[in-house]
Every structure is written in structure tokens, then in C-alpha cells.
Design a binder for this molecule. Structure first.
Ligand code: SF4
Length: 246
């Protein structure tokens, strides 16, 4: 598929997916004759998508980035989710040599010291494993929502990821958090107990804290950094070129 084709596909898919339900959106992309990968962080949005994939037995590869710094609650939820939906969630882990090289240069928790050191850690523990997880995929499904942060306010249903040369599908882009919570309650979806303790967005344990009432959903991620657009590099950057109408 050429770059032009894949951009056109994003524009077409965005229009096609907009009026559909979540199940219809997922079924549509699962029915395309390409490898479809869903990356889950086990957050509440991702649990909704996993429930749909599991309940409808959709041919979508469910994977997670086991960074080695996740909360015990998140690790337990991976297994609980597999059992509940009778699916396998493939864990992608960082290379030990990369971890050792990072620790030698920055210290194991060097990410607190500078943005550069933090990005280097996310690169080793998230971005490189993500590249392996997405190898051979044409479509990447994510749980991004417009309401998660100002940075994600214009998330389309389909966009072209130029760096990874694939189509990124965000089937929950237009869902709000109340709709997510209702779905979880109505369908007995297992969720991370940390959500109830003030963690709406959950990443690695040393880089996530509970938020205060009124703070944005992602305010607890890399809280010591000043940049309002702080992300781990999975979803935001020059490489993520949204081309679809929003
Ligand atoms: S979130 Fe923190 S611990 Fe996890 S990969 Fe990024 S810097 Fe490292």
C-alpha cells in the first residue's frame, strides 16, 4: 500500500466509522484482510475494547507493553482479563541489554532527572517493544479518546501514522468517560482497582500518581514535568499525522 493510498484509506475509514457503534467499528476493521493489532494498557477505555473483541471473537491481536515497571494491580488485571474473555494478551517486553544500557547512562530511575532521560526510558521500555508488537500490522487499534486531554481533543476515528506506516484506528474517539463507566458497569468488565483510588490514567508505577478533583484525566502522568503535552511517544509527535476530517 502506498503512502497516498493509506492516507486516502484513513480519510475514507474516518467517514465510514463515524456513524457506527463500537462493535460495528471493530467488526469492520477486523473484517479487512490485514493484520489488526490492538495495544492495551489495561486502562478503562482499553478494557471496553477488549470486552468487545473477546465477546465477539474478533480476529484482532491483543497485545500489551509489559514495561517491567507496571503496577501489581495492572499485572493482575492482564490475567483476569484473559480468563474472563478467554483470550490471550501477548506481552511485549524491553530487551535486557537496553535496560542495562539505560541504567548505566541515567540510573534505573533517571527519568525523574530530565525530559531527555524520561523519553529515553519510554523509548526502551515502550517504543521499541511497540515496534515489535506492530511489525507486519496494517491497522493499529487504540483506546484514545478526545476527552482524555487537550492534547487528544481532536482525535479522529482513523489517522495515518507516518512513522509506522499504518492506519491508526481510535474507535472510542467520541466516547466520554461517563459512557465508558456505564458500559463497564452494565457489562461487568474487569477494571483496574486503581481507577477507584484516583488514577483515571494508569501507566508505569513510578510515573503515575492519583489526581486531585478537577484535574485533567492525564494530570497524574509524569506529573513532575511542566510540558502540558507530555506523552510517552506512542501516540503524539510529528509522526502521528492525523489526516482525517475531525
Ligand atoms: S512511563 Fe516511566 S518507567 Fe515507564 S517507560 Fe516511561 S519513563 Fe520509563
Amino acid at each position: 500500500m502506498t503512502v497516498v493510498n493509506i492516507i486516502e484509506e484513513a480519510e475514507t475509514l474516518n467517514a465510514k466509522l463515524a456513524p457506527l457503534s463500537l462493535a460495528e467499528r471493530l467488526s469492520f476493521v477486523a473484517g479487512l484482510d490485514v493484520r489488526v493489532v490492538f495495544t492495551t494498557s489495561l486502562g478503562i477505555e482499553d478494557q471496553v475494547i477488549t470486552a468487545e473483541i473477546g465477546n465477539h471473537r474478533l480476529p484482532i491481536d491483543v497485545v500489551t507493553l509489559q514495561t517491567g515497571r507496571l503496577f501489581p494491580e495492572t499485572l493482575a488485571l492482564i490475567e483476569e482479563t484473559e480468563n474472563q474473555y478467554d483470550i490471550h494478551i501477548t506481552r511485549y517486553e524491553p530487551e535486557q541489554a537496553d535496560i542495562e544500557a539505560y541504567a548505566a547512562k541515567y540510573g534505573m530511575n533517571g527519568f525523574y532527572e530530565s525530559v531527555e532521560a524520561r523519553h529515553a526510558c519510554c523509548g526502551v521500555r515502550k517504543l521499541k517493544p511497540l515496534a515489535r508488537a506492530l511489525a507486519g500490522a496494517t491497522i493499529w487499534i487504540t483506546g484514545l479518546r478526545r476527552g482524555q486531554s487537550a492534547n487528544r481533543a481532536e482525535t479522529p476515528f482513523a489517522e495515518y501514522d507516518a512513522e509506522r506506516h499504518l492506519l491508526k484506528i481510535n474507535p472510542l474517539a467520541d466516547w466520554d468517560i461517563e459512557t465508558i463507566k456505564s458500559y463497564v458497569a452494565d457489562n461487568s468488565v474487569p477494571v483496574n482497582p486503581l481507577h477507584a483510588r484516583g488514577y483515571p490514567s494508569i501507566g508505569c508505577e513510578p510515573c503515575t500518581r492519583a489526581i486531585k478533583p478537577g484535574e485533567p484525566e492525564r494530570a497524574g502522568r509524569w506529573w513532575w514535568e511542566q510540558d502540558e503535552k507530555r506523552e510517552c511517544g506512542l501516540h503524539v509527535g510529528e509522526e502521528a499525522t492525523a489526516v482525517a476530517a475531525r
